[in-house]
Design a protein around this ligand. Structure first.
Ligand code: 5GP
Ligand code: ZN
Length: 120
């Protein structure tokens, strides 16, 4: 597995964070600034900048990642949820270590409005 990037926040959380779920090269953590009742982030353990790199993933790794996202929602007890990836700064990506947002329950609309206001 490639070395973690010393300057990467999420490489740090992979190595030393509170993991809600962990398996098969992936971890799930709570988002520090949740915009829904349940807001988890799924990260590959190895450093990958963005979703664009998924095109070069071996097929089995891409399949395992999707399975892990689905398992994470199940582990969190979510029946209904959204899965979202921001790809690139222009689309709202702020941390350049690939991550999937898993959002369940009531959205925190005030927080979403504040977050949107910060990006315009
Ligand atoms: P992005 O905007 O890149 O799609 O998502 C980055 C996410 O990382 C945001 O939802 C933000 O709240 C979350 N985040 C930023 N810093 C930290 C942190 O130190 N710990 C955790 N758990 N989440 C973070
Ligand atoms: Zn990283």
């Amino acid at each position: 597995m490639p070395l973690p990037r010393e300057d990467c926040l999420f490489c740090g959380l992979v190595a030393d964070g509170e993991h809600v779920h962990s398996a098969d090269g992936f971890v799930a953590i709570h988002d520090i600034n949740p915009v829904a009742e349940t807001h988890l982030l799924v990260l590959p353990q190895r450093h990958v900048d963005t979703f664009k790199e998924v095109a070069a993933f071996p097929d089995d790794e891409a399949a395992r990642m999707l399975r892990f996202v689905s398992e994470t929602a199940k582990v969190a007890g979510l029946e209904n949820y959204r899965v979202l990836v921001n790809v690139g700064a222009g689309a709202g990506q702020t941390v350049f270590h690939l991550h999937w947002h898993v959002l369940g329950g009531r959205p925190d609309t005030e927080r979403i409005a504040r977050a949107l206001a910060e990006t315009v």
